[in-house]
Design a protein around this ligand. Sequence first.
Ligand code: PNS
Length: 162
Amino acid sequence: MNTVKAIYPGSFDPVTNGHLDLIARGAKIFDHLVVAILRNSSKNPLFTVEERVEMLTEGVASFSNVSIATFDGLLVDFVRKQQAQALMRGIRAISDYEYEFQMALMNRRLAPELETIFMMPDAKYSFVSSRLVKEVFILGGSIEGLVPRFVIDRLKQRVPKG
Ligand code: PNS
């Protein structure tokens, strides 16, 4: 029987409930889902890759077919090394579409055998992003319900005044 392995790439700085909602959906339709954290991001991350791996590992503990990995360089090279057939990405709003469309078509040009599958998170997470979560927390606003409790605890350690 053919099995389908998908890669869910991103920065995950930090993982949000929107990411976890998408992972739960992906875990239902793919035989194996690998959440892949980009190592050499040009963004200036708040959490180290190791911290992000720890948080994601905690977040996906209840899924037996989900694992966490990190990658450097071109995403399509990592996908080929993993022998995966699909890429999973989340689309929250139309504003995500243009960037995602460009990436999907560039990845298709680089690896025509690979399909990108877009999934929508629950509408209640449609405005949630790692960037906004960090900004609101740093400025003292509540992010309750938008990220797991262990992420709030880590943010409190990292940004004592949040
Ligand atoms: O969560 P993000 O930051 O939007 O994820 C972006 C990510 C990691 C998927 C993208 O930057 C990526 O794939 N980077 C790896 C380098 C690469 O392959 N670039 C060409 C993409 S078309």
